[in-house]
Design a protein around this ligand. Structure first.
Ligand code: APR
Ligand code: ZN
Length: 369
């Protein structure tokens, strides 16, 4: 059986994606074929195009997708054709040591495998083409491991549900699962793009008392307020450690309980760390280009008991978190509609990436016919 897919392929770094018709590989028994209905464009896709994440081309990008199951492999028992699914950009096998220890987001078949370039879903003229994060959701139809799909209720619009698959879980999960923000705590969020505003709404849901949004673009700070920021700071032009000095001053000369970095900049990671109070923690969500290092006053780690922790994929366990988040959406407590700046067609994908780079949008969502 020949399965075709119209997909956006990256053949080279720093070059426009090419939208073309590919052939889908035959599904393995543990895989499913998904008709993608919608896919958000995330900064990580842009980071691959810009070679900041050295993922080898050719690859179909896109890892924030939702769609409808078309076929299931013989070994798949938890899904059937017609099911609506959110695609998890970090799948979990359920069997490895990490999964068994309750750290599904660190699964052996997760990020490391997904970044290897060896997961192949498409071909063209006999040549293999990988699918980014094991998803490749910039495609009308894709092939994914069944463990990467989480079934959702049919009443949830897929052009909103897709956002849960990366930006929302990464941000809300960082606030709730990784940082475990407590009611009344104070928070600073550096970088108020698609991920940062979700940290802000996660902090709001968790009951943070004060949430300071930090960015270099005023429009992002306006959006941040919609997602629950109680105060904002534009740090454009601030040099050295003046951003963190200013933030500590705003919080009674102490600093915040938790600071999040949602950019992937070593300078901002330092500012986030220095913005925390004694005993506070800096949670690093943004992915810096590979090879980049961070400079911090090391003595502050023990002597002030500050901590620096990473957060991958919101420390998520998707079978638990996806239904919870969609329930919050239904009750009006999780904003998804407000995240979508634009809906675009697949052949507008390059404009969508440029809009993200220029700071003009929170999220563009590709909606497939
Ligand atoms: N200080 C403060 N804010 C900054 C700075 C800075 N020095 N530099 C950039 N920003 C802001 C941008 O203005 C933008 O609002 O950071 C935000 C980044 O947002 P997006 O481009 O929308 O990126 P996003 O999808 O949120 O991802 C952010 O998280 O998952 C990772 O790989 C992803 O590293 C990326 C990060
Ligand atoms: Zn992403």
């Amino acid at each position: 059986m020949i399965r075709e897919s119209r997909a956006a392929v990256m053949y080279d770094f720093n070059a426009p994606l090419i939208v073309e018709t590919l052939r889908l590989k035959d599904p393995r028994p543990d895989q499913i074929v998904v008709r993608v209905v919608a896919s958000g464009i995330c900064h990580t896709d842009l980071s691959v195009v810009r070679a900041a994440l050295p993922y080898p081309p050719p690859v179909v990008l896109g890892h924030e997708g939702a769609g409808i199951v078309e076929e299931v492999g013989k070994a798949v028992t938890h899904l059937r054709p017609g099911d609506h699914v959110v695609l998890s950009s970090i799948p979990h096998c359920g069997r490895c040591a990490y999964c068994r220890a309750g750290h599904a987001h660190l699964c052996d078949s997760g990020l490391q495998a997904a970044m290897s370039g060896q997961q192949v879903a498409f071909e063209k003229g006999g040549a293999d083409i990988a699918h980014f994060c094991g998803l490749g959701s910039f495609a009308t139809r894709t092939l994914v491991d069944a463990c990467a799909a989480v079934k959702i209720d049919d009443d949830i619009p897929l052009n909103r549900a897709c956002l849960i698959g990366c930006g929302v879980i990464t941000g809300v999960g960082a606030a709730i699962n990784t940082a475990r923000i407590q009611p009344g705590e104070t928070v600073a969020v550096f970088g108020c793009g698609g991920v940062g505003v979700n940290v802000i709404q996660g902090a709001t849901i968790a009951g943070a008392a004060r949430i300071l949004a930090v960015d270099v673009v005023d429009k992002k700070l306006e959006w941040a307020k919609q997602f629950g920021a109680t105060e904002v700071l534009n740090v454009r032009g601030l040099t050295g450690d003046s951003a963190s000095d200013e933030i500590r001053a705003k919080f009674g000369d102490m600093g915040v309980d938790v600071a999040f970095e949602c950019i992937g900049s070593p300078d901002v990671i330092r500012q986030a760390f220095l913005s925390t109070r004694r005993g506070g923690k800096a949670v690093i969500v943004g992915v810096a280009p590979f090879g980049v290092e961070v400079a911090l006053p090391a003595c502050m780690l023990p002597l002030e008991e500050r901590s620096l922790v990473g957060s991958l994929y919101g420390s998520a366990f998707m079978p638990r978190d996806v239904p919870r988040l969609l329930d919050l959406y239904r009750r009006g407590k999780l904003k998804l509609d407000e995240l979508v700046s634009r809906e675009i067609r697949l052949d507008e994908v390059n404009a969508g990436l440029e809009a993200l780079e220029s700071g003009g949008v929170l999220r563009s969502v590709i909606v497939f016919e």
